[in-house]
Design a protein. Structure first.
Length: 169
């Protein structure tokens, strides 16, 4: 039995509403096992994969070569200067940014990711029942506890005069 006959048999079983046992029996009766195709040296179907791989490599190489040949080359002085949003940059590109910005970005990502979990819970809320309700309440309570901990630690306070990090050993 070829792979096409095998796939046709499986699709007929799927359309007819056959159960799992019927599909397993059809696979067993067909004598076709996918991993044996490579183990027994039968490579008659693999040449199409090799042709496809070579075609993709040649296409990528051709696109790179054509863009290199036809592409524009600029040697003007302004080409190498940084330019963003219509404004020439001033000063050094080595600007030191306060760690507070990174800290806020991390807090945003962490708490925004939690919103995805809450949204997923909202979709399946009816199926989860009361157990799911109590679990999401516990989840939100842990989030609020973490937020209160960060607030009390001073991680959310940007005022340098009032900011006191109290870390206990």
């Amino acid at each position: 039995m070829t792979i096409n006959d095998f796939l046709a048999t499986i699709s007929i079983l799927a359309v007819s509403g056959a159960g799992r046992s019927d599909v397993v029996e059809a696979i067993g009766n067909s004598g076709w096992v996918p991993h044996k195709m490579l183990l027994n040296g039968s490579t008659d179907k693999l040449w199409t994969l090799a042709v496809y791989f070579v075609a993709v490599v040649l296409l990528v190489a051709a696109m790179l070569a054509i863009s290199y040949i036809l592409g524009q080359r600029h040697r003007e002085h302004a080409t190498g200067q940084p330019y963003e949003s219509g404004i020439l940059s001033e000063g050094s590109a080595q600007v030191h940014i306060s760690a507070k910005f990174y800290l806020m970005a991390m807090f945003f990502v962490i708490f925004d990711l939690e919103a995805i979990f809450i949204f997923a819970w909202a979709i399946a809320a009816r199926e989860l029942g009361w157990v799911g309700y109590w679990e999401i309440l516990l989840f939100i309570a842990v989030l609020l506890a973490a937020l209160l901990y960060l607030w009390r630690l001073g991680a959310l306070d940007w005022n340098p005069n009032r900011r006191t990090l109290r870390v206990h050993d």
